[in-house]
Design a protein around this ligand. Structure first.
Ligand SMILES: [Zn+2]
Ligand SMILES: [Zn+2]
Length: 186
């Protein structure tokens, strides 16, 4: 692991950042972070100590933030950021090949929908059953899944009240419920 794609700076996505220290220590090198300017500004103000040159003992993460606003290459891999709205925050999804990861969103702009054609696998926000101002509820998730038309849509980021088997029974063909430890062949 030598790079991290950040979607946005909410604690449930960002506060594991200190654990990147172990990867820096093992490789004795920096880890690159990719994200939008909003997220990188937040990381810089909250975790500035992790953006410094390494000490002799690598006792802190050594991270290299990179703001991206369009497709880029990392280590020969083409990666496309997908701008999303997450309540009032500008958030990113990510597309690599024919897979896309769209967590934490309340709206997908038309220009971003255009970046989501021809997907084999779509991971999609589905917070709860009834909706929430900054997330998709189950029925909204199904509507976006149908609009995007991926061959396979995996629902993610559910609250604990959504039970796996009960929710699975409500999913139409092509939509499934993600779970911890799920592995997907791409
Ligand atoms: Zn969030
Ligand atoms: Zn979240």
């Amino acid at each position: 692991m030598d790079a991290v794609l950040y979607t946005h700076p909410h604690a449930d996505h960002l506060n594991g950042i200190d654990d990147l220290r172990a990867f820096c220590y093992v490789k004795q090198g920096a880890v690159v972070l990719y994200g939008n300017a909003f997220t990188m500004d937040n990381i810089t103000s909250r975790f500035g100590y992790a953006l410094q040159p390494p000490s002799k003992v690598w006792d802190k993460p050594v991270l290299l933030p990179e703001v991206v606003d369009g497709p880029f290459e990392h280590d020969g891999l083409s990666i496309t950021p997908i701008p999303l709205q997450h309540g009032s925050w500008p958030c990113l999804g990510w597309r690599i090949g024919n897979a896309a990861w769209l967590t934490d969103l309340s709206h997908i702009p038309d220009e971003s929908l255009a970046l989501l054609q021809g997907l084999d696998v779509l991971f999609l926000d589905c917070l709860n059953m009834d909706g929430y101002p900054s997330h998709l509820g189950f029925h909204q998730s199904l509507e976006w899944a149908a609009r995007i038309g991926a061959r396979r849509t995996v629902l993610i980021h559910m609250i604990h009240r959504l039970e796996y088997h009960a929710l699975s029974a409500l999913c139409p063909p092509g939509v499934e419920v993600g779970y911890d430890g799920l592995r997907v062949q791409l």
